[in-house]
Design a protein around this ligand. Structure first.
Ligand code: WT7
Length: 635
């Protein structure tokens, strides 16, 4: 989906929005940060609680291995729970949840903290300690954030795998992280159906050696197999005295962590078949995420905030779990599909829960828009104050629908550009920012974004180039787990000393950024990030497939959809339903989100003389566009 630059169209926020916002002097802050980046972030860090203070705000002695708040100790969970429980917020609602089947649950800060403490005691009793990796693979239920928080509380490093991934994706991620403990559930409810989760874990574990314990939350209640000595029900463990081990109550000491100690790994797709584990830390991540959420979504003490993402992606980590809790906010989480049982489910939730700030993705907007205005118009959406968008460029048509039909032309849309790697919003409006539909507007104060040409020179306004970040920021990834060389080569080598985002973009004459899309082998399907190599490696693991190439083709709702080209092994005749069989196979191995939209069997694939598949040629052919320079194509 390309974003047309809509010249001259400017949407101004109302006086009330601007006057009531935490920040209405963006330029002043941006200037402060430009003058003294270290002091700027130091001021923000003072909003959080630390066990001991930092010696240095930013240690840039060994770039690109930047360190933030060195010498300081804290724990993000101390800031998310402990400090609120010790304040008047103890009885404030932290989390409201609704299941797809209409079931409801609410947690005050006290109740959430209690559950986290009990589960942290369970983890400790299983031998989980500081630095251990724990894999979490669950549906969108409260136990997912509870598990993440419990891990962080005891200093373990969580690795959440999105529930839309499947057997091989899970195996690869468990193997790489060497987790001993997996937390999952029997299944999930989605679109009125029961999704298998435990059965998929069982299959993945046949391929993994390290796992000792599997903790299973009961959600659906359907029959699952439990391996004696390995698998435990969450509710059984939570009923045991170990869960209440400290003083008979449900207290649990929060581990004191170094600011630079790892908080989590999150696997994301890149240019190779092997997803990379992005590593984030307790200190800098906390400061970056808390500050950006407060300023951009302007959360007020009495607000109800809903981010529709899944906790299994970075959006969920930063802005469902950690961000809102850091601010002591009340957030809402919904388990199921937006269209279940009817396409008004989300709008009915906004009305019933009185949501004030609503954050979603362009693909969801496009998907719901197609059902027409009548569905949202049946609901009172007047509680909404601010809207948000993330994951891919939002096309102006969807932007306007979101703005007019959902926000009734009252609610500014925060189009936030960021990445798994950045941890926090990087290019984004603030509530006070005049908006242009399709533009993520300007860099967050303290963020140094620019657009470079091939040779690393800034391009002129209006010209397309590579989006780069020129200064470090606190929530930045610290490395790729176990692969620091890849961290340097992937992000810091194209333009030495500068972070390469993998996106192309333009800046207009007002300094507004217009993101165009990925320039690497990443495909954004419904906002989900998938690597062509990952999809190809799933395809070639099928016994009939010799070689495969995957490309992203423009798609009206999904933004991009996967089209795959496969060459069969010699002697293999494709059966009647081969394409469907192969699609199902990819869904089973990698996950339903990676299922190709279209598969074409071809006699050969276009390759360079050195044997590299020329995906760009396939893409041009598929779109009927000029094939470009073919001089390297093999005969
Ligand atoms: C890529 C990162 C960060 C949360 C979800 C995605 C694209 C993200 C926007 C936006 C245009 C966007 C970029 C980026 N992207 N937000 N507002 N406008 N493009 O995280 O899976 O790490 O993907 O998503 O291409 O590089 P992710």
């Amino acid at each position: 989906m390309t974003v047309e630059q809509t010249a001259g169209e400017l949407y101004l926020p109302s006086v009330e929005i601007v006057n009531s916002a935490h920040i209405n002097n963006r330029d002043v802050l941006a200037n402060m940060a430009t003058q003294d980046l270290v002091k700027f972030w130091e001021e923000q860090a003072k909003e959080f609680d630390w066990f001991s203070p930092w010696d240095k705000v930013l240690d840039d002695s060994n770039p690109p291995f930047y360190k933030w708040f060195t010498g300081a100790t804290t724990n993000i969970v101390y800031n998310c729970l402990d400090r609120h429980v010790a304040s008047w917020r103890r009885n404030k609602l932290a989390l409201l949840w609704e299941g797809e089947n209409g079931e409801q649950r609410t947690y005050s800060y006290h109740a959430l903290n209690r559950e986290v403490c009990m589960f942290a005691n369970v983890l400790r009793s299983m031998g989980v300690k500081k630095g251990d990796r724990v894999t979490i693979y669950m549906g969108r239920i409260p136990e997912l954030p509870i598990a993440m928080l419990a891990c962080a509380k005891v200093g373990a490093v969580h690795s959440v795998i999105y529930g839309g991934f499947s057997v091989e994706a899970i195996h690869g991620r468990i193997d790489d992280s060497q987790s001993n403990v997996i937390i999952t559930c029997d299944g999930g409810f989605m679109n009125g159906k029961t999704i298998e989760l435990k059965a998929i874990v069982d299959e993945a574990l046949k391929r993994c050696a390290t796992v000792e314990h599997v903790i299973v939350v009961r959600r659906t209640g359907h029959e699952v197999s439990m391996e004696s000595g390995r698998d435990y029900w969450y509710h059984d463990l939570m009923g045991l005295p170990v869960a209440r081990s400290t003083g008979g109550g449900s207290r649990c000491e929060t581990e004191e962590m170094d600011a630079e100690d790892p908080l989590f790994l999150l696997y994301t797709s890149g240019t190779t078949g092997k997803p990379k584990a992005i590593l984030h830390t307790h200190g800098g991540y906390m400061v970056g995420v808390g500050t950006t959420l407060k300023w951009v979504f302007d959360l007020k003490e009495e607000d109800r905030y809903w981010c529709t993402a899944d906790p299994g992606w970075i959006t969920g980590h930063s802005y469902i779990v950690y961000g809102p809790l850091l601010l002591g906010a009340t957030s809402f989480m919904y388990e199921g599909a937006p269209t279940f049982p009817y396409p008004n489910r989300w709008w009915s939730l906004v009305e019933r829960y009185g949501i004030n700030v609503f954050y979603t993705a362009p693909t969801a907007i496009r998907g719901l828009m197609r059902f027409g205005d009548a569905w949202p118009n049946r609901h009172d959406l007047s509680s909404l104050r601010l809207l948000g968008s993330v994951g891919e460029p939002i096309n102006p048509e969807a932007w306007r629908w979101y703005y007019e039909v959902i926000g009734k032309s009252r609610c500014p849309i925060m189009d936030t550009w960021w990445q798994t790697e950045t941890g926090m919003f990087m290019i984004t409006p603030l509530p006070e920012t005049p908006l242009k539909p399709g533009s993520a507007t300007r860099a967050f104060p303290g963020v140094d974004a620019d657009i470079y040409d091939e040779n690393g020179r800034p391009v002129a306004p209006g010209e397309e180039g590579y989006l780069v970040l020129k200064s470090p920021w606190p929530a930045m990834l610290r490395t790729i787990y176990k692969d620091p060389e890849r961290y340097v080569s992937q992000y810091w080598s194209r333009f030495p000393g500068v972070y390469f985002t993998g996106d192309s973009a333009r800046k207009d004459k007002d300094g507004y950024f217009w993101i165009i899309g990925r320039v690497d082998d990443v495909i954004k399907v419904s906002g989900y990030r998938l690597g062509t190599a990952e999809i190809e490696s799933a395809l070639v693991s099928h016994p009939s497939v010799a070689e495969a190439a995957a490309i992203g083709m423009p798609h009206e709702i999904k933004g991009h959809a996967i089209h795959a080209y496969v060459m069969l092994r010699s002697g293999v005749e494709p059966g009647e339903d081969f394409e469907n069989e192969l699609k199902q196979y990819v869904a089973h191995e990698l996950g339903p989100i990676a299922k190709p939209e279209k598969i074409t069997v071809v006699p050969q694939l276009p390759k360079t003389r050195s044997g590299k598949i020329m995906r760009r040629v396939l893409k041009a052919r598929a779109q009927g566009l000029p094939e470009g320079d073919l001089s390297t194509l093999e005969e």
